[in-house]
Ligand binder design. Sequence first.
Ligand code: 2PG
Ligand code: MG
Length: 426
Amino acid sequence: MAARIERVKGRRVWDSRGRPTVEVEVAIHGGARGRAIAPAGASTGSGEAVDLRDGGAAFGGLDVARAVGGVDAEIGSALRGMDAADQEAIDRRLIELDGTPGKQRLGGNALIATSMAVAHAAAAADGVPLWKHLARGNRPGALPLPEIQIFGGGAHAARRLDVQDFMVIAVGAEDYGTALDWTAEVYRAAGKLLAASDRIAGVADEGGFWPMFETNEEALDLLVNAIERAGFTPGEDVAISLDIAATQLGRGGQYALAREGRRLTSEDMIAMLLGWLRKYPIVAIEDPLAEDDSAGIAAFTRAAGASVEVVGDDFICTDPRRIAAAADIGACNTALIKPNQIGTLTETKAALDAARAAGWNAIVSARSGETEDVTIVHLAVGWGIEQLKVGSFTRSERMAKWNEGLRLADELPTGLKLPERGRFRW
Ligand code: 2PG
Ligand code: MG
């Protein structure tokens, strides 16, 4: 029986930075409901779907009245009567309706919240959890391996550190629950070490410590120390992963490390990162160079990609065409998958498929501006994405996602089991 859409309603709600964002609620004939909320980035790639904001004086120009209005009017009338279970037809309709390449007319935020809310509604109409609806009869994936932020920097902490995310991956943990337990211990140990040296300034946008370091290497040293203090072997039990978010550091092959007062070329950046790989137990590096430095990303991937994940975020923007083009030149070996970067679930799945076709790994990721929405955890399990990045191990918009994984374990035949490890050192 088709799940006919009866009504689509937009609503302005608030995100983890206290900024307005778009929630969409979809009602199906017969009573089923689905709801989803758009997240928002701070360090965004220029190729992302447009996050439609009103401008003007209210809330720093970030209000979403136009995006919400579009959901209530145009999107609502276009989707009414359609089958919520036919996600591809829904998303095609949304893309046609918007009619612009960057989804700037109706807004990528309005579109992704609608697309995800439709999926939730279809799952509810079918009486199954979202992950099962997304798996569509395929064997569900296991729970994803968590990648968890300990220190925040870059655009998420007023650039107190050049590197944006200092994260850990519990590579030695035998299951999802243990990976969380170990990370909780590392987070606590890092907090104690920072407090003891009077270097905590607060927490950054994604709940990681906002530390007062003078250099990026100081942060890496303390992180290794925290892993050891928590009783783990760095690299074997718990490894490090970094999001350099290098688009924020420069363009045109020129980079500035403001904290250290250094200007670097693309080659210098690569040499510095390779030096870190030799010195520290790092298993993944995201956006090592800026989005316009594809030659640099390819060179870095050639040098490091056999043993570490080279993750594309700003550089590929969850766009299947960008992923295929990156793969053609040997740039990156892992895709960061963020649904709101592309704007619909169908296109998000196409990006995942493009990554798989290239032989890449994949990491589903939240944004720095988040909410209680846990859709991405269901995507990870339903689509078999092997890693999950949602920021730190504090703050409810982050913990909602980690906790959802613990709940899903009770529904999965594989329980807390983690996926098969990829071909990288981790
Ligand atoms: C990133 C994300 C999450 P933002 O760069 O990977 O850390 O940040 O959502 O601000 O783009
Ligand atoms: Mg990133």
